[in-house]
Design a protein around this ligand. Structure first.
Ligand code: ZN
Length: 286
């Protein structure tokens, strides 16, 4: 039951992520027929990373409602079982049950392949990004959907595939961070049916438990010009666990004013669309 309850929570949060992309990403819907999320219209009102002004997320959008309605809880639950060993991951040659997902492990390797297949089948451009740092090496899995209007402006959604290891329980690292990763897979499915003005980057990292090695290695190799293309980043980590079942969703933003603005907008969007959560904008990092 705990397992299912957690899933219910993070599928709801998947909806929130959609809101982030379709809503906080300054959505101003064109005609639904076009299925293009126009982020251009409101861009003049926002200067990311240089102001603490709230983001503008536009009027309630039929596209957002449509996207929210298409969240498939059973599909996400299947992903969660596979990523955490509740059922095997089966390919063309064999089936494999994941027992844990430490960086560099076979279990993590199987999960990376699974995620990669899901994303490629959805039509995303998917690459493996090799990294090596501090005695560890692994790969990030990165899926991209090129923006149709402002392709050089990128929105990153991040979750880590690696886990701290099986500490004796079932479903290892289900919360940290299969919850975020599975959310991102389901989000990828839904968003694959839309076109966005800005480029969407779905970043499945590894080496997170060793100090965000995969992400840091990736960033260290980007040029200043490439860094400047990154306009927003939403990190989904441990989103499936509500220890005291109070429905409070903590939105951590650190001490960076623009991040606080993003978190505040996230809260506004939750309220705007009547999502059944209690958003709590919190300084610091979980
Ligand atoms: Zn984590």
């Amino acid at each position: 039951m705990m397992y299912r309850r957690r899933l219910v929570r993070f599928v709801v949060l998947c909806g929130l992520l959609l809101l982030t992309v379709v809503g906080a990403n300054l959505a101003c819907a064109n005609s639904p027929e076009a299925q293009v999320i126009d982020t251009e219209a409101a861009s003049s009102t926002v200067t990311p990373y240089s102001t603490n002004a709230p983001l503008v997320y536009g009027k309630p959008s039929d596209i957002v409602w449509e996207a929210l309605a298409s969240i498939n809880r059973d599909r996400a639950l299947t992903d969660l079982r596979r990523v955490t060993g509740g059922e095997p991951i089966c390919g063309s040659s064999d089936c494999y049950t994941v027992t844990n997902r430490p960086t560099g492990s076979e279990g993590l390797g199987r999960v990376k392949a699974y995620v990669e297949t899901q994303l490629a089948d959805l039509g995303y451009s998917v690459v493996r990004n090799n990294w090596s740092a501090e005695g560890y090496s692994d790969q990030n899995v990165i899926a991209t959907k090129l923006g149709s209007v402002l392709p050089d402006e990128q929105i990153y959604l991040v979750a880590h595939l690696d886990g701290a290891g099986n500490t004796g329980g079932i479903y290892p690292a289900a919360d940290d961070d299969a919850s975020g990763a599975v959310d991102l897979i389901e989000t990828a499915r839904i968003l694959s049916g839309y076109t966005f003005s800005r480029t969407l980057v779905l970043f499945f990292s590894t080496g997170e438990e060793q100090g965000s090695l995969g992400v840091n290695s990736y960033l260290s190799k980007l040029s200043a010009a490439e860094i400047s293309k990154i306009k927003y980043v939403v990190d989904l980590d441990m989103i499936g666990y509500d220890a005291n079942a109070d429905g409070v969703m903590q939105l951590f933003h650190g001490d960076h004013a623009p991040s606080k603005a993003l978190a505040t907008s996230f809260k506004d969007i939750i309220l705007h669309y009547g999502v059944n959560l209690v958003p709590d904008v919190t300084v610091g990092c979980a």
